[in-house]
Write a protein that binds this ligand. Structure first.
Ligand code: NAD
Length: 487
């Protein structure tokens, strides 16, 4: 139609070239509900081409020195940083997140992922032992595994994709990455920087499309011995099934139902703003977001009043507005899923303190078709409710009361997940005891989301298999061999 902006059309990136695809998937701008981009709907054929490219690039790339690879990763970080604003704008439009979050969290962290692994790859050592009685010594060597399959979700698109690409190529693997079909734009933009940074053709291949089609083709391919996956627990079950016949190496970073435990000696002036953020940052679409808040009885009413007051100051609106605190959810289907949880809670007799159905959401007319909802707090809800057991992955959090330390540990652990917990108390002994007993891969005490990439990241129980981080990622993306020398 005359005057209408042409849709952005993405292409696969294979063997250092952009390759058009015949089939496409519509990708929506979550803040308007309009289609604005066409994403390749790739399948087996594109995976075959990517495997051929990655196989061809492996002998050279895997024999370059860590120092050379480190320089290339640093160059890539520099190039990404120079285009930070373009990437932030694209991420915000594609995902619905606020421009402020994209500018201050997503893209800076993607830059840092490359810098971090550029540095850490230079500092690994291997083991050696002596066995004098046998006239032997033993030592280990580590080598890249081969072609790494990397599958990432839509909530932190470039942040999580680079968290996989950087350690995989730093260790000398070649990769085939598949971003979420809902948020593919920044991955495609990254491809434009690879050649300039000196990444040889075929080292990084990005193939776009749905999980059921191109995702499964990647996971099932016999020449891809390793899969690093971040996404839902349900998809991980399918990936485990599909990779089982090939005994693939798997790293699975999955969902959560994360508790925050707030004792009555907590510093509420710090706890409340942090818990608002931990519940609603990125529209609650972070696997580490708090969704069950346990508050000790003596401060329960005070906490609720102050928590709701702080939440009502959060502005929900156009992601491009720098004063917006919360943008749009990823899709209409996801918005409906989140709303259904609130309906179920109401049907069970729970109370909605603020947000959906209670407060008014005022949006500019151009955003009325977007997927917005207000940050919502549920209370008077039973631990057995699906809202307290299942991952909602949206701007909804439940607040419940507790009395004793033993009771709250048991209730916090009584879900299938075990990803991230927060504990708030000024009593050091209690913080230590509770942190130790929580079934959770990460525990933040008196803070949230402070990360040191050197240390292991990952979940227990249904929240994951394996850990990633400096040493853990290196271990995962390499094979170890023990060599014995008789002298
Ligand atoms: P998802 O599982 O639906 O999709 C994740 C990725 O897997 C997408 O790229 C998708 O296309 C692909 N996929 C889907 N089916 C597949 C299949 N059969 N074979 C291969 N690939 C397939 O998850 P999502 O909705 O994109 O993301 C939200 C989920 O991710 C939440 O559960 C969240 O907690 C989790 N998550 C976890 C972490 C973590 O580090 N633990 C981080 C972010 C998100």
């Amino acid at each position: 139609m005359a005057g209408q902006k042409p849709l952005l059309e993405l292409e696969n990136f294979i063997a250092g070239k952009f390759i058009p695809c015949n089939l496409h998937i519509d990708s929506y701008d979550p803040s308007t509900g309009e289609v604005y981009c066409k994403v390749p709907d790739s399948g087996k054929e594109e995976i075959e081409a990517a495997v051929t490219a990655a196989r061809g690039a492996f002998p050279h790339w895997s024999s370059t020195s860590p120092q050379d690879r480190s320089q290339i990763l640093n160059k890539l970080a520099d190039l990404l940083e120079q285009s930070l604003e373009d990437f932030a704008q694209a991420e915000s439009k594609d995902q619905g997140k606020t421009i402020t979050f994209a500018r201050t969290v997503d893209i800076p962290r993607a830059v840092y992922n490359f810098r971090f692994f550029a540095s850490s790859i230079l500092h690994h050592t291997t083991d050696a032992t002596q066995m004098d009685s046998m006239g032997c010594m033993h030592y280990t060597v580590r080598s890249p595994v081969g072609i790494a399959g990397l599958i990432s979700p839509w909530n932190l698109p470039l942040y999580l994709l680079t968290w996989k690409i950087a350690p995989a190529i730093a260790a000398g693997n070649t990769v085939i990455a598949k971003p979420s079909e809902m948020t593919s734009v920044t991955a495609w933009m990254l491809c434009k920087l690879l050649d300039k940074a000196g990444v040889p053709p075929g080292v990084v291949n990005i193939v776009f499309g749905t999980g059921s089609k191109v995702g499964e083709a990647l996971v099932s391919h016999p020449e891809v011995p390793l899969i690093s996956f971040t996404g839902s627990t349900l998809t991980a079950e399918r990936i485990m099934l599909k990779s089982a016949p090939h005994c693939k190496k798997l790293s699975l970073e999955l969902g959560g139902k994360n508790p925050a435990i707030i004792f009555d000696d907590a510093n509420l002036s710090e706890c409340i703003p942090t818990t608002v953020r931990s519940s609603f940052a990125n529209q609650g679409e972070i696997c580490l977001c708090t969704s069950r808040i346990f508050v000790q009885r003596r401060i329960y009413e005070e906490f609720l009043a102050r928590f709701v007051e702080a939440i009502r100051k959060w502005k929900v609106g156009p992601p491009s507005d720098p004063t917006t605190s919360m943008g749009a959810l990823i899709s209409n289907a996801h918005l409906e899923k989140v709303r259904n949880y609130i309906k179920k809670a109401c049907a069970e007799g729970a109370r909605i303190l603020c947000g959906e159905g209670v407060d008014n959401l005022n949006l500019p007319s151009k955003n009325r078709g977007g997927y917005f909802m207000l940050p919502t707090v549920i209370t008077d809800i039973k631990d057995e409710s699906c809202c307290m057991k299942e991952e909602i992955f949206g701007p909804v959090t439940c607040v419940v009361v507790f009395d004793t330390e033993e009771e709250v540990i048991e209730r916090a652990n009584d879900v299938k997940y075990g990803l991230a917990a927060a504990v708030w108390s000024n009593n050091v002994g209690r913080v230590w005891r509770v942190s130790k007993k929580l079934q959770s891969g990460l525990v933040w005490t008196n803070c949230w989301l402070i990360r040191d990439l050197n240390l292991p990241f990952g979940g227990m129980k249904a929240s994951g298999v394996g850990r990633e981080g400096a040493k853990d990622s290196y271990d995962f993306f390499t094979e170890v061999k023990t060599i014995t020398v008789k002298y």
